[in-house]
Ligand binder design. Structure first.
Ligand code: F6P
Length: 357
């Protein structure tokens, strides 16, 4: 009798809604279609390095479709190639642990940091399959990543909710969203929430143009405005606003707070009373949207298919509505930035949204 396949799985980097549906999809496909065993690593690569595992059974992945976060836990510090305070290379230990568990493959669900490490482990000899997740949607080679749609939904609802208070008090409300160095989240939530101004890293802005837009609204009787700001925009002095540095993280920089700088500039230049809301980690909370559940389910099934067909070093991807696979190497080569000729930008401009340019 053929030996049962044993599939390892981990979630790395920042959590987001959609990870649990992804774990569920991998495990259920493995159990139902292939009678395979699924071994979860706790807290991302930390579990692989420290041999912290948890065998998943059908009951473990039942009832998690609607839950945010990850039942496996995650970490954005545990890099096997630079581990701990001393940044030791413990990748050989990770490889030994993988082999001693007699696993046939390791499915890594994560963003660019996790997939970068996954690719290096693949080159070391671990049969890796990737699944893209990040609320930033900044991974090349896939149209959407797991978690992005759910974060857009939270940010959109928040923008909806500040409208009434902005209107009552005749204020400018700045809503700062995450997204790191790209503006996908700000653009999508800004358009969906009807932001009057959307500021994203890909389009350098001039604060005078932003104020012109706000004043123009005042002239037609609109005494409030909503400005949606991506955390990665650079205000006048061309510096990213860094909130903290996280030692041991693949990218230690944590952004946050640029909304306050922009509010100050708006008040100084236009005299309009301005308030700031930084949505922060709320955007990574809550239930996964239907889109993320469906995407995660399809990616999960595809990831197991890549394992059984031994197509390692590949990542699941959504391209033009089709589920496919692409080399992980291509997905991590560079950040996927918002293209200036994106139809969504054109549409936003057409309905009068300003990008401050
Ligand atoms: O990459 C996802 C993300 O949520 C970014 O949008 C944000 O800049 C960063 O992670 C926050 O990281 P942390 O959870 O370490 O504060």
């Amino acid at each position: 009798m053929a030996r049962k396949k044993r599939i390892g799985i981990l979630t790395g980097g920042g959590d987001c809604p959609g990870l649990n549906p992804a774990i569920r999809a991998v495990a259920k496909t493995a159990f139902v279609r292939h009678a395979a065993e699924v071994i979860g690593f706790k807290d991302g690569f930390e579990g692989l390095i420290e041999y912290q595992t948890r065998e998943l059974h059908p009951e473990d992945v039942s009832g998690i479709l609607t839950k945010g976060g990850t039942i496996l836990g995650t970490s954005n510090r545990a890099n096997p190639f630079a581990y701990g305070e001393k940044k030791r290379d413990v990748s050989k230990q990770a490889l030994r642990n993988f082999r001693s568990l007699k696993l046939d493959a390791l499915i890594c669900i994560g963003g660019d940091g996790t997939l970068n490490i996954a690719h290096q482990l693949y080159r070391l000899g671990i049969p890796i399959v990737g699944m893209p997740k990040t609320i930033d949607n900044d991974l090349e080679a896939t149209d959407y990543t797991i978690g992005f749609d759910s974060a857009v939904a939270v940010a959109t609802e928040s923008i909806d909710n500040v409208h009434s208070t902005a209107e009552s008090h005749h204020r400018v409300m700045i809503v700062e969203v995450m997204g790191r160095y790209t503006g996908w989240l700000a653009l999508y939530a800004g358009v969906a929430g009807g932001g009057d101004v959307i500021l994203i890293p890909e389009i350098p802005f001039d604060i005078k143009k932003v104020c012109q837009k706000l004043d123009a609204r005042g002239e037609i009787g609109k005494r409030f405005s909503i400005v949606v700001v991506a955390e990665g925009v650079k205000p006048g002095d061309s510096q990213l606003v860094v909130k903290r540095r996280v030692k041991g993280s693949t990218d230690p920089i944590r952004l946050g707070g640029v909304g306050y700088r922009i509010a100050e500039q708006i008040e100084n230049l236009s005299g309009l009373e301005t308030r700031v809301i930084i949505l922060g980690h709320l955007q990574r909370g809550g239930k996964p949207t239907d889109f993320d559940r469906i995407l995660a389910t399809q990616f999960g099934r595809k990831a197991v298919e890549l394992v059984t067909s031994e197509k390692f070093g590949y990542m699941t991807s959504l391209r033009g509505g089709k589920i496919t696979s692409v080399p992980i190497k291509g997905a991590i080569a560079r950040l996927k930035k918002v293209k200036l000729n994106l139809p969504l930008i054109e549409a936003a401009r057409a309905v009068g949204t300003s990008f401050g340019d």
